[in-house]
Design a protein around this ligand. Structure first.
Ligand code: TRP
Length: 355
C-alpha cells in the first residue's frame, strides 16, 4: 500500500510539473555590492526557488538597467563581478536555472524597441521612478521638471518589460516598489498582442513575498544602499564584527528586559537563526541580555553562515574564468529561448525575409 501510495504521489507530482511549471524570472541591477539585506530579502529566496522542481528560473544581471543610474564603468563592472560571484558562491545551481548577463542578450534590446513603439508615452509619464525625479525637481523649484531625466530613466519600464516578455516568464518575484513595472509589462504585452493579432506574450504576474524579512541597517532604517547603512555580505570577519558593533541600539543596561519588536539586532538574528535559536534569544531579551553580548553572539551566528560562501566568493573573485564560463553558457541557453520568439516577432511587425 505504502509503495503504491508514494508512486501515486509521484505521478501527481510529475503531472503538476508538466502542467504548470512556473517560469520565475528576476533581474538584479548591477550598481552595488550585495549586502545582508539583499541576501535575506532577495538572493536567498531566489536560490531556494530555483531548487523547486516546479519552477524554471531565469536570473540575470541587469547591467543595461545599471546604465540608467550609473555612468561609471568601473563601478558597473565591479558590481557585475561581485553580484555574479555572490550568487554562485551562495550555491545557485546553474544547471537548474538560467543565469546570464542582460547585455549578452541582444534580443532584449531589439525587443525593447518593438515594445517602445507600441507603448504610449502617457503610460511612462505615470512610472514611479520618473515621477519621483520630476517631483523632486518641482520641489526644488527647478524650471525644468525633466532636469536630469534621461530617456533611459524615462522608458526604463519598457526595458524591464522586454526582460520579462522575452522569456514568457510567468512569475516575477519583486519588492512592492516594482509592482507597477510588472503591470506596465502586462499592459505593453497586451498592446502588442492586440496590434499584431497574436498571442505572442504571456502576461507575467508580480510575486511579492510578505513573509520575507526586511532587515534594518546600521541606523535602524531599512538596510539600503541609498541610506548608506548597509553591511556588505562578504566583508572580512573583522569588518563584519565592526559593523555589527556599530548597529544602533537604545541605552538599556545589561539586566534590564528588552523588546525584540523593532530591534534591528533581533531582526537580523531571526533572519539567520533556527526557530529554536530565535525562541531562546527572545527569552534572553526578557532576561536582559546586554547589547555587547548580543552583538557578539549575532556576529558568531552570521559569520558561521557566511564563512564558507565567503571563502568561495574570494576564490571566484580572484579567478573570474569560471564565472565567465557559467555566464556565457547561461547566455547561450537564454538566447536559445529568445531567438525563436524574436524571429516570430520580427515577422509579426513586417520584417520577414524577402525570399
Ligand atoms: N528594476 C528592477 C529593480 O530595480 C531590476 C530588474 C530589471 C528586474 N529587469 C527586471 C526585476 C525584470 C524583475 C524582472 O529591482
Amino acid at each position: 500500500m505504502q509503495v503504491k501510495g508514494s508512486y501515486q504521489t509521484e505521478l501527481i507530482e510529475d503531472k503538476r510539473i508538466m502542467m504548470e511549471k512556473r517560469r520565475v524570472l528576476t533581474g538584479i541591477t548591477t550598481t552595488g555590492i550585495p549586502h545582508l539585506g539583499n541576501y535575506v530579502g532577495a538572493i536567498r529566496p531566489a536560490i531556494e526557488a530555483s531548487r523547486d522542481p516546479a519552477n524554471e528560473s531565469f536570473y540575470f544581471l541587469a547591467d543595461l538597467h545599471a546604465l540608467i543610474k550609473c555612468h561609471d564603468p568601473k563601478r558597473v563592472d565591479e558590481s557585475r563581478r561581485a553580484i555574479a560571484a555572490t550568487w554562485l558562491a551562495l550555491g545557485l545551481d546553474t544547471d537548474n536555472s538560467v543565469f546570464y548577463r542582460q547585455s549578452d542578450i541582444p534580443e532584449i534590446t531589439e525587443l525593447t524597441w518593438l515594445l517602445t513603439c507600441v507603448c504610449s508615452k502617457g503610460l511612462m509619464n505615470r512610472a514611479h521612478a520618473y515621477k519621483a525625479v520630476a517631483q523632486e525637481n518641482e520641489e526644488e523649484g527647478s524650471s525644468d521638471p525633466d532636469k536630469g531625466v534621461t530617456m533611459g530613466l524615462f522608458s526604463y519600464p519598457v526595458l524591464m518589460a522586454a526582460d520579462i516578455l522575452m522569456f514568457n516568464a510567468t512569475d516575477i518575484p519583486v519588492g512592492r516598489d516594482q509592482i507597477q513595472h510588472i503591470e506596465m509589462a502586462r499592459d505593453v504585452a497586451q498592446r502588442f498582442n492586440h496590434i499584431y493579432k497574436g498571442q505572442y506574450f504571456t502576461l507575467p504576474e508580480a510575486r511579492v513575498d510578505d513573509e520575507v524579512a526586511v532587515l534594518g541597517g546600521l541606523d535602524g532604517r531599512k538596510m539600503s544602499k541609498s541610506y548608506n547603512n548597509t553591511i556588505p555580505l562578504f566583508e572580512t570577519e573583522k569588518k563584519l564584527l565592526k559593523l555589527i558593533r556599530k548597529i544602533k541600539t537604545n541605552s538599556l543596561e545589561p539586566g534590564e528586559p528588552k523588546e525584540t519588536e523593532g530591534c534591528t539586532l533581533f531582526q537580523i538574528w531571526q533572519a539567520f537563526a533556527t526557530p529554536e535559536q530565535t525562541a531562546e534569544m527572545r527569552k534572553r531579551y526578557e532576561d536582559g541580555i546586554g547589547w555587547g553580548e548580543m552583538k557578539n553572539d549575532l556576529f558568531e551566528l552570521v559569520n558561521d553562515h557566511l564563512k564558507e560562501p565567503r571563502a568561495r566568493y574570494e576564490e571566484l573573485m580572484n579567478d573570474m574564468g569560471y564565472v565567465e564560463e557559467v555566464l556565457r553558457k547561461g547566455a547561450d541557453r537564454a538566447r536559445a529561448e529568445a531567438a525563436p520568439l524574436m524571429d516570430q516577432l520580427r515577422k509579426a511587425v513586417g520584417f520577414g525575409s524577402f525570399v
